[in-house]
Design a protein around this ligand. Structure first.
Ligand SMILES: [Zn+2]
Length: 104
């Protein structure tokens, strides 16, 4: 189930059935190909637009306030979620900065 932004004060979860393709070529490094979507990051359980809104909330306020805002817009997420979300986002930023530093 994929979490999306609420519609008319109702939580939205999408049941996504992705197609998979299998490669018969023994020399191919990719044995399984899974369908990708421009609105969902690979392996994510949340749409990109939901991630965007949650990131804006997480970086705008405390985790406790973020939990209250999320509940007000019917995204049932706890403050511990926002703490993990911030830590993951910061880790990605650090990794990108390292890549930039190595590149230059
Ligand atoms: Zn192949």
């Amino acid at each position: 189930m994929i979490q999306d932004l609420p519609i008319a004060d109702r939580p939205v979860r999408l049941l996504l059935i992705s197609r998979k393709w299998f490669c018969d070529d023994p020399s191919c490094s990719l044995k399984v190909f899974t369908e990708r979507y421009d609105w969902l990051a690979p392996h994510s359980r949340r749409t990109l637009r939901a991630e965007h809104i949650l990131r804006q909330i997480a970086f705008s306020t405390s985790c406790l306030a973020a939990e209250k805002i999320a509940q007000a817009i019917h995204l049932l997420l706890l403050k511990s979620f926002f703490l993990r979300f911030l830590m993951k986002s910061i880790a990605k930023i650090r990794l990108n900065l390292q890549k930039i530093a190595i590149f230059y």
